[in-house]
Design a protein around this ligand. Structure first.
Ligand code: HEC
Ligand code: HEC
Length: 371
C-alpha cells in the first residue's frame, strides 16, 4: 500500500494537466511516463482506491475461497504470478501467462488479445471464468459487499451507496481506481534517457539501448517517445509464439471460432490452447489477426518471467535469442506462417544479445527493485 499512497499523492499534486480524450482527464505521472488517463465518469479518490485494494485482495470472491485477483497479480512478483500459465481455483490451469497490472492503466485495450476496452470492463471477467475464480455469476460478490460491515462502510464512503444501490458497476470502478495507482516509471532507463543522468545505466545497458533502437528494431513495436515511453504501440502482432498450437487447416479454424461463439471469448480462449493461439483473431475475426497478440509493455519486465502470452520462454536471454532467430526458439525451426513483417533474423552478436538483456533489466522501477 505504501507505494500506492505515495503515487496517489503525487498524482493529486500533479493536478489536471491535460485532457487527452474527451472522456479522460490526465494526471502527471512519474519520470518517463505520459500523463495518466482517468475516465471522467470514474475519478480517482482515496476512498475508491482503498476499497478497490480490498476487493483486489479478497479471496471470498472465488468458488473455493482461495483465489483473489492478487493470487495471479501479486505485488511480490511484479503484479504477475511467475508461472508459465496462470492457475485459478483448485490449481486449474488456463492457457495464458498473467501480464503485470503495473501501468495497465495506460493501455488502450486489456488482455493479450485486447478483448476488453477498459480496466473497468476487464475486472468483471476473472470472477466468473471457470479456470480463474469460477463463481457461477456475480451475485455472490454483491451479497458480500452489501452486507459485510467493512464493505458497507467503504462503499458508503467511496460511492455514497448502500444495499441494492451497490452493483457490479461500483465494484468494477473501485478495482479500476486501485489499478490506476499501480503506476511505475523512473527506472534507470528513465533517469538516463529523460532525466539526463548519464550514470543511471551501466555501459552494457547503454549499448543495449542502441541495439534496441537500431539493429534489433525492437523500438518499432515497443515504442520510445521524446518525453515518455510505454514500450508498446498498443497494436497486435504475430511474433511466432504458439505457432505450434495454431489451427492447421480451415476445419480447425472453424472449430475454434465455434468454440468462441459458444462459450464467449473470455472463457473460450482461457480453456483451449488452440483457441488461445488465435490471438486477436478471436476478437476481430480478421484473418490478418491470426496469432497476433498485443505488444507488451517492457517496463519491469525483469520481474515477470516467464515470457510471452503462452509463458513459453523462461528468461530474457531466451526472448532475445527468439527474436534473433526471427521468431523461432531454434534457428532450425520452420519459419512460422503469418509472421509479422517486423520479425526476421537479426544477426546480433553474443555480446549484443547480452547487452540487450542488460537494457531490459534497466527498465525496473525503484519501488520494485529486490533488496
Ligand atoms: C487465475 C489467475 C488470475 C486471476 C485470479 C486474475 N487474473 Fe488478471 N490476468 C490473468 C491472465 C492469465 C491474464 C491474461 C489473459 C488473457 O489475456 O487472455 C490476465 C489479464 C489481466 C489484465 C490485463 C493486463 C494487460 O496487460 O492486458 C488485468 C488488468 C487483470 N488481469 C486484472 C485482474 C483483476 C482485476 C482480477 C480480479 C478481478 C484478476 N486479474 C484476476 C490471470 C489472472
Ligand atoms: C513486430 C513488433 C515487435 C517487435 C519488432 C518486437 N516485439 Fe517484443 N513483443 C511484441 C509482441 C506482439 C509481444 C507479445 C507477443 C506474444 O506473447 O505472442 C512481444 C513480447 C515481448 C517480450 C515479452 C513480454 C512479456 O510480458 O512476456 C519481450 C521481453 C520483448 N517482446 C522484447 C523485445 C525485444 C528485445 C525486441 C527486439 C529484439 C522486440 N521485442 C521486438 C512485438 C514486437
Amino acid at each position: 500500500m505504501k507505494t500506492t499512497t505515495r503515487h496517489f499523492k503525487k498524482m493529486l499534486m500533479g493536478g489536471v494537466i491535460a485532457a487527452t480524450l474527451v472522456t479522460y482527464v490526465a494526471f502527471a505521472g512519474p519520470l518517463g511516463l505520459p500523463p495518466l488517463p482517468v475516465p471522467a465518469n470514474n475519478p480517482i479518490t482515496p476512498e475508491k482506491v482503498k476499497l478497490g485494494d480490498k476487493l483486489f485482495h479478497d479471496k471470498r470472491f472465488s468458488n473455493t475461497g482461495e483465489v483473489s485477483c492478487a493470487t495471479c497479480h501479486d505485488r511480490e512478483k511484479g503484479f504477475a504470478d511467475g508461472l508459465p500459465v496462470s492457475e485459478g481455483i483448485n490449481k486449474l490451469k488456463g492457457t495464458r501467462n498473467a501480464p503485470t497490472v503495473i501501468n495497465a492503466a495506460y493501455l488502450h485495450t486489456q488482455f493479450w488479445d485486447g478483448r476488453e476496452p477498459t480496466l473497468e470492463a476487464q475486472s468483471a471477467g476473472p470472477f466468473i471464468n471457470p479456470v480463474e475464480m469460477a463463481l457461477p455469476n456475480h451475485e455472490p460478490i454483491l451479497k458480500i459487499v452489501r452486507t459485510d460491515p467493512e464493505y458497507v462502510d467503504l462503499f458508503k464512503k467511496a460511492f455514497a451507496k448502500t444495499g441494492n444501490q451497490i452493483t457490479m458497476k461500483e465494484v468494477e470502478q473501485a478495482i479500476a481506481s486501485f489499478e490506476r495507482t499501480l503506476i511505475a516509471g523512473n527506472s534507470p532507463f528513465d533517469r538516463y534517457f529523460y532525466g539526463g543522468d548519464k550514470n543511471a545505466m551501466s555501459p552494457a545497458a547503454i549499448r543495449g539501448l542502441d541495439v534496441f533502437i537500431n539493429q534489433g528494431r525492437c523500438v518499432s513495436c515497443h515504442v520510445i517517445e521524446q518525453t515518455q515511453a510505454l514500450f508498446t504501440d498498443n497494436r497486435f502482432h504475430m511474433i511466432g509464439a504458439s505457432a505450434q498450437q495454431m489451427p492447421k487447416d480451415l476445419d480447425e479454424l472453424a472449430a475454434a471460432v465455434e468454440d468462441v461463439k459458444k462459450k464467449g471469448t473470455d472463457i473460450a480462449v482461457l480453456s483451449n490452447e488452440k483457441t488461445s493461439s488465435l490471438g486477436r483473431f478471436a476478437v476481430t475475426r480478421d484473418l490478418t489477426d491470426i496469432g497476433a497478440f498485443k505488444t507488451s509493455t517492457l517496463r519491469n519486465i525483469a520481474l515477470t518471467a516467464p515470457y510471452l502470452h503462452d509463458g513459453s520462454l523462461k528468461t530474457l536471454e531466451e526472448v532475445v535469442q527468439f527474436y534473433n532467430n526471427g521468431g523461432r526458439v531454434k534457428e532450425t525451426d520452420p519459419v512460422p506462417e503469418l509472421l509479422s513483417g517486423g520479425i526476421r533474423p537479426l544477426n546480433l552478436s553474443k555480446e549484443q544479445q547480452a547487452d540487450l538483456v542488460e537494457f531490459l533489466k534497466a527498465l525496473t522501477s525503484p519501488e520494485f527493485v529486490k533488496k
